[in-house]
Design a binder for this molecule. Sequence first.
Ligand code: SAM
Length: 342
Amino acid sequence: MANETNKNAPINQIIVGDSLLVLKSLCNNSVDLTITSPPYYQQRDYNNGINGIGNEDSIEEYIDNILKVFFECVRVTKDTGTVVFNLGDKYLDNGLTMLPYKFAIKAIESKKVFLVNQLVWHKLNPTPRQDKRKLIPSTEPFFIFAKSKNYHFDLDSYLDYSCESQTKKKVTNKLGKKYFDLIEKSDLTEVQKENAKQALKEAILSVHNGEIDSFRMKIKGIHKEAYGGMSGGRNNQIRHDGFTIIRITGNKLKKDLIESPVEITKDNPHPAVYPLYIIQELIKLLSKQNDLVLDPFCGSGTTCLAAKNLKRNYLGIEINPLYVKLANERLLKADFGQELFL
Ligand SMILES: C[S@@+](CC[C@H](N)C(=O)[O-])C[C@H]1O[C@@H](n2cnc3c(N)ncnc32)[C@H](O)[C@@H]1O
């Protein structure tokens, strides 16, 4: 992908500069997806003396600065797009400040966006510093904001590692056999038994076809009723039809929780790299091939790399030229197939 322009947005490059100033030079609705993690508040030294965001005297001032960049991202992102901000919290005077949530509330209150999800990143290897009076913080939110109800959302591609060999579990001939035996042994009427066997055959077929992962059957007089026998859909079905089938779709439910270790790569000296894996999943969920993905605090270029790996265009902005050099080196290596998380 060459360095071209897309409705005045430069693509497939990282611009050295202050994100607010650079964003102001971009057109409305020129970006499909923004994903970023702004600098932590008074926590890391990213800038080697360069005056970036993160060193403000108060949290309020810091949040205001982040919001200025956020609203510029909202402006340049298309109506079908989304803006994802990942923020870390900060302890001050022994207490958590709830900084990410203060930011998110102000963002929503602007009415320019609404919050689609708060995706919680569960860090599998948090800093093992156990305070005797606190639990170890091991989560961080990724706030997914949309501008309109038409936001692009490809749920099927998110966390989809399916390939024939992975998904097609061995479905043995024994599947459901125990239920056929139990139906025969039960006190159901002949009609109920026939209906139960028919429903059971259909459930077995659904497993064979990969529509469901598995199922459970409850038969009147054989299995306990649900919820201690209280009235409810399933119990009513058991009482009326003599059976019920619970269809199980396993882990295909896609939840607002994602697990990943903190990236610790010895050849990446950036102090706050977020996981390539999570960013790739977000890009699959929220954009299409050839879309433009923006990161206004691009650091070592994780978002740009994830976009490139997934055949999206990217635009990074970073104030520290040393990180831009690092990011460009990572992107170059990607041409040779290194640092893929696919
Ligand atoms: C949390 S880091 C981003 C790390 C990145 N997600 C990665 O995986 O490498 C935030 C970055 O914002 C940069 N930064 C701080 N103030 C900035 C500003 N005003 N404009 C552009 N970049 C800025 C910092 O230098 C730092 O690299």
